[in-house]
Each structure stands twice: as C-alpha cells, then as structure tokens.
Ligand binder design. Sequence first.
Ligand code: ZN
Length: 150
Amino acid sequence: MSGDLGELYQEIILEHSKAPRNFRKPETANRQAEGYNPLCGDRCTVYVDLDGDAIKEIGFQGSGCAISRASASMMTQMVKGKSKAEATKLFEQFHNLVTGKAQAVQASDLGKMAVFGGVSKFPARVKCATLAWHTLQSALEDKHETVSTE
Ligand code: ZN
C-alpha cells in the first residue's frame, strides 16, 4: 500500500470506527442478514425493523477494519427512516462514489459519506466500504444466505 492510504483514514472515519453508531441489535428487528468480506476478514450483521416499506430502526454488529465499521455506522445513520427504494438509491450512489464513478453532485447527496470517495483509489478497500450496504440489501430482500463480497 502506498502512503496515500493515510488519506483514507480521515478523522470522521476514525471517529465512527472507534465509536460506531447503532452498534446493537434493535429489539424490534424483524429482518437481518450477515455479511462477510474474506479479503479483509470483515464481518457484519445488519438488523432492520422494517415497517411496511420504511426502515424504522436499524443496527449492526460485527468486527472488521476501520473502513468497514465506519461505513456500517454511517450507513445506519443515513438510511434510518428511509424507504427501501431510497436506501437502494443511496447504495447505488455510494457504490459509484467508492468505485470512482460518482459525479461531484451525486457525492454531495451522500453528505458525510462523501469522505469515502478516497476509497476509489484502493480497489481492495471497496469491499470493506460496501460490505454493510450489500448486507443491508440482503436484509431488505429477506435473503437468508450470508452475503460474501467474493
Ligand atoms: Zn476491511
């Protein structure tokens, strides 16, 4: 890895990684899915309280690198209260961002998550950043197999 990796660990990512938000299983959760990124060893379980089409409550648990934890933490804050379609759209935007396809305008829709734009320079890290999002999709679709990024 080059020295540029330092840019990835911006303050906000480190902060979320140390103190992840919604790091719990909500009591009312009625959907859940597990994700695994064998490349890095990241694991996460995403819990959702889906009320009709709305993500009423969300939480996650698991272990992994700073990028995967921070991404999951910020994702839970971002999609809480959103509809399934809105969450899917955010995932598309986030995916475009971390794979370097996003326009500046799209990145601004992601708010603080725009800090993950630096990930696009490190293809191996894209899987860390998107693990929680893939897992959320699986939970929303009510799939029961573990999501693997491989
Ligand atoms: Zn990772």
